[in-house]
Design a protein around this ligand. Sequence first.
Ligand code: 5RP
Length: 232
Amino acid sequence: MDKSEQDALKKAAGIEAAKLVEEGMVAGLGTGSTVRFFVDELGRRVQEEGLEFTGVTTSRRTKEQAEGYGIKIVDVDDVDHIDVTIDGADEVDRNFDGIKGGGAALLWEKIVATNSRKIVWIVDESKVVDTIGRFPLPVEVIPFGERHVLDRFKERGYQPVLRLDTQGQPVLTDEHNHIIDLHMERIDHPRDLAEDLITTVGVVEHGLFLNMVDTVIVGDPNGPRIMTNSNK
Ligand code: 5RP
């Protein structure tokens, strides 16, 4: 699949997801290229249909885009609940275990998701996999002492790589932390790995989102397809 085909599928999933945001709702708005299409469609609905809702964003990038459309954005601590959060994902398997954080926003994404009544992911079909892990697993770490965290991960065979930007500098998250990507190729025991990562001192959060999502909208050449998680 080339990039323009993939973008068309992402856009179709994004437009479908925008139908889930209703008048007066509090909606979590994710991060990434698929979410950009979704927010574009919400912006169209706000401007053309007069839709009014409140958004909570998972990154400064999404906040800027949404506010550009006149969407009201508040802080996650300013709302009692979030009705639905719509976000992208890097991989998802048939047990609804997924990887997120390709856009370095996993920490805010997990906080917003955890406080949402319903979580919806929008992906193109290439992201639905049998086993997660081919996409490098992002882990957000505090810069202080990160070399030692890298060493620990190397010892455990996780094949860690500190994520750098185009200038060769460590990528900074919205919380001014760094990202270590684990090139594991496949993750057969995601719950054990999640426990190991979150108990490593210096790790803030990891990109394993295990059985958190309720619904996945998959951009498919035949039209958006819905995967419903009945085990949550
Ligand atoms: C950002 C994310 C994104 O949702 C994920 O990387 C998918 O991005 P895209 O829609 O650009 O493929 O987790 O941290």
